[in-house]
Design a protein around this ligand. Structure first.
Ligand code: SF4
Length: 219
């Protein structure tokens, strides 16, 4: 499956993942810094990437992708910056707490590794995604898309909580490979493996058991 993602990197790019050098921040929608990635991970929940990108660009222009500057704002001021995203009030509260916590670490990598885990709004998927894309640690993020696509391709029900261990025991622990594999799964989930899958246009259709055997597993 990894080689299919590699061959179809153009589709992955079209879905917003910039296939780059293993340690580059640009994988995450072309953003340019760890701070922008962390802020966007809060903003993107239940919100279109295009809206998040616009809000981040505006925050950047005003200097508020710098964690110290962001931490100096109160929740109302943060809310006025992010009003375009869904659930902006809750997210403003979370961003304020996140920025304050982040300023107590000397690097974003340390913050992601040690300070992020217990903040409100940070589940396993966000935590491990940031550990991979900001911390540059080869830890595979468990995602809903990963669960759905892998379950259908293998015809074995793989719940979200098991995606991490299953991928890690089958794919060489390598930063580039983990980033590409995660972005590939998310891309397939966003482009064809919908609740009602559109297998005809899927890059995994040749190897997918659900598509080839018409097996009844629907997740
Ligand atoms: S072939 Fe169909 S079921 Fe299989 S991963 Fe692609 S869209 Fe999903």
């Amino acid at each position: 499956m990894f080689s299919i993602f590699l061959e179809n990197r153009q589709l992955i790019v079209e879905k917003g993942w910039i296939v780059s050098e293993p340690e580059s921040p640009r994988w995450w929608g072309g953003l340019e810094s760890s701070e922008e990635i962390v802020i966007s991970s809060i903003l993107v929940q239940m919100t279109r990437w295009e809206t998040v990108s616009e809000v981040i660009e505006n925050m950047k222009r005003m200097g508020y992708t710098d964690m110290r500057n962001l931490a100096s704002l109160d929740e109302e001021e943060i809310l006025s910056l992010i009003r375009k995203v869904n659930f902006s009030k809750t997210k403003a509260k979370r961003l304020k707490a996140l920025a304050v916590e982040a300023t107590s670490y000397s690097t974003m990598k340390d913050f992601v590794k040690y300070g992020l885990r217990n903040l409100e709004g940070i589940g396993d998927e966000t935590y491990y995604s940031l550990l991979l894309f900001v911390g540059n640690e080869a830890q595979f993020p468990p995602s809903e898309y990963g669960s759905r696509v892998l379950s259908r391709v293998t015809s074995i029900k793989i719940p979200k909580r098991r995606v991490k261990e299953i991928v890690e025991s089958n794919l060489e622990r390598d930063l580039f490979k983990y980033k590409l594999f995660h972005s590939g799964l998310v891309t397939v989930g966003r482009s064809s493996c919908f609740k009602e899958p559109e297998c005809g246009k899927c890059i995994l259709k040749m190897i997918c058991k659900l598509n080839n055997n018409n097996e009844a597993l629907r997740v």
